[in-house]
Ligand binder design. Structure first.
Ligand code: HEC
Ligand code: HEC
Length: 376
């Protein structure tokens, strides 16, 4: 008697825990995976192996900073999924933003938390010259490369003699090399992708419940959609400044001004495809009132590995991020007319556990280990 009861209760649990998705839901799920990279035609060296090797060498080399102590890998550490684990980044000085991962960065539409550049290669020179980050002038960067026994000849092979180029063209090629390396940093094959590809056992039942909630009642999909789980657009989810007080970071609004004056853009003279859709869009972009204090919807791929969260690392754990969406208790609004699509979700403990299990199912293995250190 006892025996059969036991078997029955196991059956019941088995049936209960099988999460079913409707045909419509499956259509949504298939829009989330697989992630395919669209080539960036504004960077003619994006797929060039030698350029990528140069970029990889620079990425790990501390000589490219004023105090010789900072490299890109200081803030984008491979073992931390190319983040630094800090709330806000410290280089040659103290910045006010959190270091995002550069894994899958090539999939983004806009770069940085505020989208102040429209190409992946639009970014590195800004960072290298920034007084709080690496603080090194572009002329010095060129000298180090030219004088280096390995980099010097590889540069000539890839881009020709430095002496025949002006410093801005050299800088653009440094940036395109770094972008070529970052483009190889792909981490888009998570258990979630295996599940979508047909392996029903690739993720747990808890993760499936979390996924279902994510695409239905949770409303997360309104901003976190597509294979990167990001609409590539800018929103505020009401996160206040790291050290309290009123909102001061203008986010997307300030970035649009910077985009208009920035040197290395899709539409700039150093772009290899000025007719590119990005270039046209950037030219016509106009500031909207809701851009003030808005930040790019972050990708959720590998998110379980990249704490702390939000543009200034204001939130320490995924559980606390979900608590924010659940209660909206400390929601801080730039003005009360703005976007009100967020409603407190009042998550149960089980829903929180399930959502975390789902977010964890988006963790891919790191790229090949030859890409996680300076090239041989
Ligand atoms: C001092 C720490 C620091 C250093 C050094 C640093 N970064 Fe970053 N990186 C950041 C921070 C912080 C952000 C986000 C800044 C923002 O949004 O305003 C960022 C953003 C990025 C992004 C944009 C990612 C995205 O998803 O939009 C890329 C790409 C990147 N960095 C590459 C590099 C490269 C290449 C180097 C070396 C040339 C470098 N970083 C050096 C801290 C750093
Ligand atoms: C209105 C659009 C929107 C909706 C809806 C939304 N998010 Fe977000 N999410 C964002 C934006 C924008 C950020 C970054 C905000 C910032 O840095 O100030 C963010 C940040 C996050 C982060 C932190 C990621 C990181 O790398 O820092 C997680 C995790 C997250 N959201 C999960 C969710 C989940 C789960 C849901 C549904 C319950 C959800 N989001 C609903 C736009 C949205």
């Amino acid at each position: 008697m006892f025996q059969s009861l036991l078997i029955c209760s196991i059956c019941a649990v088995g049936i209960d825990s099988t999460v079913q998705f409707t045909d419509n839901e499956w259509a949504i799920l298939r829009s989330l995976s697989p992630a395919k990279l669209i080539q960036d035609t504004t960077n003619a060296f994006e797929q060039n192996e030698d350029a990528a090797t140069i970029g990889q060498a620079i990425f790990f080399d501390q000589r490219f900073s004023s105090n010789q102590e900072v490299s890109c890998a200081t803030c984008h550490k491979p073992e931390l999924y190319f983040t630094d684990g800090e709330q806000t980044a410290t280089g040659t000085g103290q910045t006010t933003r959190n270091s995002p991962t550069v894994l899958n960065a090539a999939h983004q539409r806009w770069f940085f938390w505020d989208g102040r550049t429209d190409t992946l290669w639009g970014q590195p020179i800004q960072t290298m010259e920034h007084p709080e980050e690496m603080n090194i002038p572009r002329e010095k960067i060129a000298d180090i490369i030219a004088d280096d026994n390995n980099l010097g000849p590889l540069w000539v092979k890839t881009f020709g003699e430095m002496s025949e180029c002006d410093i801005d063209t050299i800088s653009a090629n440094v940036a395109k090399s770094l972008a070529a390396y970052i483009t190889k940093l792909d981490a888009t094959s998570a258990p979630f992708d295996a599940f979508i590809a047909g392996n029903t056992k690739a993720i747990s039942d808890s993760a499936k419940r979390g996924l279902k909630y994510f695409i239905t009642d949770g409303g997360c999909l309104r901003c976190h959609f597509g294979p990167m789980f990001s609409d590539g657009a800018f929103h505020s989810v009401g996160i206040g400044p790291l050290n309290g007080g009123p909102l001061w970071d203008s986010g997307r609004a300030g970035a649009i001004d910077q985009l208009k004056t920035s040197q290395f853009t899709a539409n700039s003279e150093h772009s290899d495809d000025k007719g590119n859709a990005r270039a046209i869009l950037s030219k016509h972009i106009a500031k909207k009132r809701e851009d003030w204090g808005a930040f790019r919807t972050p990708s959720l791929r590998n998110v379980a590995k990249t704490a702390p969260y939000m543009h200034a690392g204001q939130i320490a754990t995924l559980e606390e991020v979900l608590k924010h969406y659940s209660t909206l208790e400390n929601f801080l609004s730039a003005d009360h007319h703005r976007e009100t699509i967020l409603e407190p979700l009042n998550l149960t403990d089980q829903q929180t556990i399930d959502l975390i299990a789902f977010l964890e199912s988006l963790t891919s293995p790191l790229p090949d280990e030859t890409l996680l250190k300076a090239p041989e």
